[in-house]
Write a protein that binds this ligand. Structure first.
Ligand SMILES: Nc1ncnc2c1ncn2[C@@H]1O[C@H](COP(=O)(O)OP(=O)(O)OP(=O)(O)O)[C@@H](O)[C@H]1O
Ligand SMILES: [Mg+2]
Length: 339
């Protein structure tokens, strides 16, 4: 079976994933034989197409300088009679959700979790710089790249993203009494309270995601499905931030980030460098080997040192960090911020 656009024909292969709003398939472009991913959304009466937002965000990010953490929008099409629309995007590897659940103990090592989260933070920072909040930060919405991009963690799924800063740099007005949007397990407390989500809320979700990925105890509400109960449990966690990261050696550094985030308001700017530095300290203070390959790469490279390139960087405060090639992106970024 295939789909056609003005540009090309795509042959549908296997399913790559099912989401709340549509399905994602692997497709092959008929002429070039190149593989892509196709995200399909069924049209629903009186409902706004979420793929439209996806197209909008991917185009915005494509035009931005730092598009490392975003897939390229290759093509798009619509079968109005059959009632669906689709986009063709770069194909990625498994999502963090899948990678985590592949094998026991169904957790990432702290070093992998801290490395991954840094890239997710950069991705958040990049869309935030465009005035956009993602609003559904969770492990299923980040996926690793393939081949020469296998060390990049991509941000995906912009269906419920929202622009909160207009073209003149003015923040949209803060709204209350909204409907719940997102995923209860990872949603920020503000979102549960039906208030408008700002940039800091994406980072709050990122911290819940980190806890989910590396803490043996997991999120306190991991077995709850009732959104209101989860909200209450988050309120309790907010009154004792350390409790979220208890059991982790880097509990203090992560709690410091959390304490910083929960003090922020909707319209506040974020200090991304502070968060990055706390993350680096978390690795450094507890001897986490951030030069190690990602957990899921271990099977492939079998502990080989071959693709590692170690570099020393200084952060301007006589702090030195040893980084691998995987972290090169981070070095570049830190240097950009420094200069
Ligand atoms: N470009 C891609 N390459 C490979 N797999 C992908 C790609 N995009 C999405 N997927 C897979 O499909 C799943 C669902 O995609 P996506 O999150 O975009 O859909 P969704 O319907 O908006 O999801 P949900 O509502 O559950 O968050 C992802 O978790 C991922 O496993
Ligand atoms: Mg998704």
């Amino acid at each position: 079976m295939g789909v056609k656009t003005a540009k090309a024909t795509y042959i549908i292969q296997n399913s790559l994933g099912e989401g709340g709003f549509g399905s994602v398939y692997e497709v092959i472009q008929k002429n070039t034989k190149k593989k892509f991913a196709m995200k399909v959304e069924k049209h629903q009466k009186n409902k706004h197409l979420l793929l439209q937002m996806e197209v909008y965000i991917l185009n915005v990010m494509e035009e931005s300088e730092k598009r490392i953490w975003f897939t390229k929008l290759v093509d798009k099409g619509c079968y109005a009679n059959d009632g669906y629309s689709f986009i063709i995007i770069e194909i990625l590897g498994p999502s963090l959700y899948e990678l985590k659940n592949r094998s026991a103990p169904f957790l990432f090592s702290t070093s992998t979790g801290l490395s991954v989260i840094q890239q997710c933070l950069f991705a958040c920072e990049q869309i935030h710089h465009q005035g956009i909040v993602h609003r559904d930060i969770k492990p299923g919405n980040f996926a690793c790249g393939l081949n020469d991009r296998k060390n990049i963690i991509f941000m995906i799924d912009f269906g419920i993203a929202r622009r909160i800063v207009d073209g003149n740099g003015k923040m949209k007005e803060f709204r209350t009494g909204l409907a719940f949007k997102g995923t209860p397990k990872f949603a920020s407390l503000t979102c549960h309270q039906r208030n408008d989500i700002g940039f800091k809320d994406d980072i709050e979700s990122l911290l819940y995601m980190l806890c989910d990925l590396i803490s043996r105890k997991g999120l306190p509400w991991k077995n709850e499905y009732d959104e209101q109960i989860i909200m209450k449990m988050k309120e309790i966690a907010w009154s004792d931030i350390g409790s979220l990261f208890n059991g982790l050696e880097c509990c203090k550094e992560l709690s410091d980030i959390f304490n910083y985030i929960i003090r922020l308001k909707y319209s506040d700017d974020l200090d991304y460098l502070f968060i990055s530095k706390q993350r680096i300290l978390a690795c450094k203070n507890h001897g986490e080997d951030i030069t190690a390959p990602f957990d899921w790469e271990n099977n492939i490279i079998n502990g080989s040192e071959n693709n590692k390139l170690s570099i020393d960087i200084e952060d301007g405060n006589d702090q030195k960090y040893l980084l691998s090639d995987r972290q090169e992106l981070i070095i570049i970024k830190l240097l950009i911020i420094k200069n």
